[in-house]
Design a protein around this ligand. Structure first.
Ligand code: SF4
Length: 344
């Protein structure tokens, strides 16, 4: 894959600038401008000679929309890439100073989960590492540095394994943002071989598994990928990851009224996860294109959570932030499409 400047490591940038007739150390300067200072415009890299600046193109993408939630804590960015593909990234701040960026790893997604807007539009292409890292850099500010990155936006990160891993190596690079690996979480729909491959990498990144159902019948209806890698195999791979890294795996469970939120299913989930090094995130469903799917009521969600906790499975109901800015995966892109601006 060809990499844009934000997708290159210092040594690769050194080779690149040397090929342009410049001393190699300039490559390292370019890396620091991009990854430490978030500068994506070569003309702003003020310690580089003008001739070099003129010949570098750090980013071909452009911001289409940037929305900020009413409470000011969540913002969402719609980016148009060089080939016209549009992707989303979300920033979530907390009052305690945490600043988490949720990035996309693919334009579209081939997994086709029924409750996900992105999944309904199919797959366009993999993002290269620079396009992933750029989503983070566009939210980086001196006053409020990025503290966490989650690979939970559009796409299945493990289906774009090499570029997702390259992006993680760039984000953790000591000359760049230098994020701790433990501050990065990657979410997967359960691609078992890649989960095992990730466990062998020796990274300490967090792993989140989209589960959404405690049995294969229901999960296959919600996530067709379950027919390829059923629950038992996914859980075994997640256990293996927890064992290898010592890190607790998160299971994502989107609560849908009358679909997967009954007390019986909560008990089934307890049976499945009891005794494992894990945590369950219960997520209220965001609006989808399917009129038959609705979020569970607050009461039902609380009952479900209580049942898990009583059964010894740690669980939390995640607060849905940024609804006013269509912060859930794929929604802003869909809204723009409805405005007639783009073809998906
Ligand atoms: S939930 Fe994730 S894996 Fe499933 S279709 Fe949406 S983007 Fe793809």
């Amino acid at each position: 894959m060809n990499h844009s400047l934000p997708g290159l490591f210092p040594e690769e940038l050194e080779t690149l600038v040397a090929s342009l007739g410049e001393p190699a150390y300039r490559g390292r300067q370019v890396f620091e401008w991009i990854h430490r200072h978030g500068v994506l415009t070569p003309q702003d890299m003020t310690n580089l000679p003008r001739g070099l600046r003129d010949r570098l193109i750090a980013s071909n993408s452009e911001e289409v929309r940037r929305l900020v939630s009413v409470d000011g804590l969540t913002s969402k960015l719609l980016l148009r890439l060089h080939d016209g593909q549009e992707i989303e990234a979300v920033q979530m701040n907390t009052e305690t100073g945490r600043k988490t960026i949720c990035v996309s790893t693919q334009a579209g997604c081939a997994i086709g989960c029924v409750f996900c807007v992105t999944g309904q539009f199919g797959f366009a292409r993999n993002l290269e590492a620079g396009e992933v890292v750029e989503q983070v850099l566009r939210f980086a500010t001196v006053e409020r540095p990025v503290t966490n990155v989650v690979f939970m936006g559009m796409g299945e990160p493990l289906a774009n394994y090499d570029e997702a891993l390259r992006a993680i190596r760039l984000l953790t690079h000591p000359l760049g943002l230098h994020l701790g690996a433990r501050r990065i979480t990657l979410s997967t729909s359960g691609l078992v071989p890649q989960m095992r491959q990730l466990a062998a990498e020796g990274f300490q990144i967090g792993l989140a598994v989209s589960l959404h159902a405690p049995n294969d019948d229901l999960r296959s209806r919600l996530m067709p990928i379950n027919k390829r890698w059923p629950i038992a195999e996914v859980i075994a791979a997640a256990d293996h990851y927890a064992e290898r890294t010592g890190r607790r795996v998160s299971y994502e469970y989107t609560l849908m009224a009358g679909v997967n939120d009954s007390s019986e299913l909560a008990s089934e989930l307890v049976e499945l996860l009891h005794g494992r090094l894990c945590h369950v995130n219960l997520i209220p469903l965001n609006p989808t294109q399917d009129p038959s799917l609705h979020a569970s009521s607050a009461d039902r969600a609380l009952t479900f959570e209580r049942r898990l906790r009583e059964g010894g499975v740690p669980a939390t109901i995640r607060v849905n932030r940024g609804r006013d800015i269509l912060a859930a995966c794929g929604q802003l892109r869909l809204a723009e499409k409805k405005r007639g601006r783009m073809a998906v």
